[in-house]
Design a protein around this ligand. Structure first.
Ligand code: IVH
Length: 680
């Protein structure tokens, strides 16, 4: 980092310093998952940079973190010729084929040449080729046909995981090539993809079939601000060209070098010396692939000695020195028995496929998402069809499409519902939207969904509210809107099936405690379309309270960064509804927090300042739930074990993270320990 001098730095110096520092913090956050500064410190530095740049616009450079939000609009993508042909990989579909590759390779080498391999995840994303000149990122392209790709530099600049300048760590002394070309894969993290699709479906928009399409859609935007709004990430795995430095020979060393420059390099790269070892790693990966947050469709086995691998040349487009070993597809065919229509909290009618149960990669699948009726029509999916389904990670499986050749004529087309399946009111499809809505604000199904959301983790987080509680209260007429949960009475609850004293006390205590939740959570919880916790934060930061927000007009709202006309219109429409005004009044009278100055929820913070990593399968808690407990107790959860990790929360089949934690002397704890110590 620049040394401070006796004199105040000039704007040029300070801007350069802030730029490097912030880019380094972005790297610590997005690549290492191990931030060095708090969000508030980061924001302060960012604001200082933004202010300096605003005063000195001529000093803004493309690699400034303020430019990561995108904004450059192109009219088309220019073509670009790659420095070398971007090859593909031959595939081995079985252990025998892998063995055959090994035998062929050995024959091409002098007798008794020792061979070792790296084993990398084969990431199912979009290949990207990045060029750095004297350390600065200057060109980003798609793979295209291998020879000619498309320039998507402004879009790739918005990916926080990718360095704008290397080395990212200002203290690093690693040599930097005058010209560097690297190759990797950009992808949509699975959990983010699922949420993104859910939001699209809620907003009545077309969803993306799979994370890969979503990544491709995000990168192929002419307006880079759209790319910036989508949470893409990337992994880099290959140095294509490095002028001006001596490249180390081994792939393991090259991955280390990429890491040192500050590129995101896949974790869990393994090393093997024999086919048997490779097959053991493969078996481990069949489980590991279920736990990671991106799609992996196989492994890439590379001869570790890169010059040796290069000398082997290629067959057709495939280098001889590497091979891809595909995982069995997590795709199966099954029968579509029926389509059930679920009413969402905003009234969207979402189709859900009921399937003949089928095992996919060790899990029995009975349901799959269909997102909306437009998609059903587009894919021409019919009841009785044999359909191809796919599952990846923890997300709900999805239908890829019907197998038309297996139809026997008995299949029935799926009609979009003309009335709400719950309340029977006629449905509405707004012009330009693909979603179909039930617009009856008294619809009991919507109420149940709204309550679920209201008490959920991202909203008021009322733990004592079980999944069935909302439905039971609504069915028994104890609630008619979300605010009614603050007016429940003990006697009514005790009269319900299965509600004993203890359960009722718990429920009421949880409801009472939620009155201390922040205004941002309250605003999130009331469920205005397009207003999730991030937008709720932006809005309240600006206007200060929910009551002030109710008064804000279109101009005031759209002046807020991150708030466009669509959000503004939705906010205004929400506050105009008489039903909603009534709900708001009841919430205010119940004593919920409406202004941001109020104190954050009180409660024990026994994990304040402690960093956790979670690995393996926990006996009862899902990862998200464990994470929420840790965070509620003041702790932080990161993705990889380092010397800064305080606790590794380990379950069954904990893999490399456990080994690493043990090596580093990190305390390993289990779920039982967590529940005892979290102070809740
Ligand atoms: S090495 C010479 N390593 O899989 C080929 N490829 O056909 C260099 N991919 O689209 C590729 N993860 O971009 C390599 N760890 C990894 C990979 C990987 C994904 C992609 C690659 C290409 C396809 C292989």
């Amino acid at each position: 980092m620049t040394q401070s001098t006796l004199f105040d730095p000039t704007p040029t110096e300070r801007i350069a310093e802030l730029r490097d520092t912030l880019n380094y913090h972005i790297y610590r956050y997005y690549v290492l998952d191990d931030p060095h500064v708090s969000d508030a410190e980061y924001d302060a530095l960012f604001d200082e940079l933004a202010a300096l740049e605003q005063a000195n616009p001529e000093l803004i450079t493309v690699d400034s973190p303020t430019q990561r939000v995108g904004g450059l609009v192109q009219d088309k993508f220019e073509k670009v010729q790659h420095v070398t042909r971007m090859l593909s990989l031959a595939k081995a579909l079985s252990a025998e084929e892998l063995q055959a590759w090994h035998t062929r390779t050995v024959k091409l080498l002098p007798d008794n040449t020792p061979l070792d391999f790296t084993i990398e995840p084969k990431i199912d994303g979009l290949t990207v080729v990045l060029t750095y000149e004297d350390g600065a990122f200057t060109l980003g392209a798609t793979r295209g046909n291998g020879e000619i790709g498309e320039k998507i530099t402004p879009n790739l600049r918005t990916l926080n995981a990718l360095p704008q300048r290397i080395p990212v760590n200002p203290d690093s002394t690693v040599p930097v090539p005058s010209l560097l070309v690297v190759r990797g894969e950009a992808f949509f993290p699975l959990d983010k993809w699922e949420k993104f699709n859910r939001d699209l479906a809620d907003a009545g928009e077309r969803t993306y079939m799979n994370p890969r399409n979503a990544a491709s859609g995000a990168l192929r935007q002419l307006d880079s601000a759209i790319t910036a709004s989508r949470p893409l990430s990337a992994y880099i795995y290959d140095i294509v060209l490095a002028d001006g430095i001596e490249l180390p020979a081994l792939q393991t060393q090259r991955l280390d070098l990429l890491r040192e420059w500050g590129f995101p390099v896949p974790e869990d790269v393994r090393y093997a010396q024999s086919i048997d070892e490779i097959l053991t790693v493969y078996d481990d990966w069949l489980e590991l692939r279920e736990q990671i947050n991106y799609e992996v469709d196989g492994l890439v086995i590379k001869i570790n000695d890169r010059p040796m691998a290069d000398d082997l040349g290629f067959t057709g487009k495939d280098p001889r020195g590497s091979i891809a070993m595909k995982f069995p597809a997590q795709e199966r065919t099954t029968k579509l028995l029926d389509v059930q229509v679920n009413v969402g909290r905003t009234g969207t009618l979402a189709p859900l496929a009921n399937l003949e149960p089928v095992e996919v990669g060790g899990v029995v699948v009975r349901n799959a998402t269909l997102h909306n009726f437009d998609e059903i029509a587009r894919k021409d999916i019919r009841i009785g069809d044999t359909v191809v389904i796919k599952r990846a990670g923890d997300v709900i499986p999805y239908i890829i499409g019907p197998v038309e050749s297996l139809r026997d004529g008995s299949e029935r087309p799926i009609e979009p519902p003309s009335v709400c399946p719950t309340c029977g009111e006629p449905t509405v499809q707004p012009v330009g939207e693909v979603a179909i809505y039930c617009e009856n604000s008294a619809c009991p199904a919507q109420l149940v969904r709204r309550v679920e959301y209201f008490v959920g983790r991202s909203a008021l987080d009322i733990r004592s509210f079980g999944t069935k509680t909302g439905a039971q209260l609504a069915e028994n007429g104890l609630i008619h809107d979300i605010a009614d949960i603050y007016y429940l009475n003990r006697a009514d609850l005790l009269a319900l099936d299965g509600y004993k004293e203890k359960k009722v006390d718990n429920l009421l205590a949880g409801v009472e405690l939620s009155k201390q939740q922040s205004a941002v959570r309250v605003l999130t919880a009331i469920g205005i379309r397009f207003v999730g916790s991030t937008v709720a934060g932006l809005l309240l930061d600006e206007v200060g309270s929910i009551d002030a927000l109710a008064q804000a007009d279109q101009a005031r709202l759209t002046a807020i960064e991150g708030v466009g006309p669509r959000i503004a219109a939705s906010v205004i429409a929400w506050f105009q509804s008489e039903h909603n005004q009534n709900v708001l009044r009841k919430l205010r009278e119940a004593g919920l927090q409406f202004a941001i100055e109020r104190v954050e929820p009180a409660g024990a913070q026994p994990f304040e300042g402690k960093t956790f990593v979670i690995t393996g399968t926990l006996p009862t808690l899902k990862r998200d739930a464990a994470k929420a407990i840790i965070e509620a107790a003041g702790g932080k959860v990161t993705g990889s074990v380092s010397k800064n990790t305080d606790y590794l929360l380990a379950g069954e089949k904990a893999g490399s993270k456990l080994t690493k934690a043990e090596q580093l002397g990190v305390t390993v704890v289990d779920e039982a320990w967590l529940t005892v110590n979290c102070g809740k």
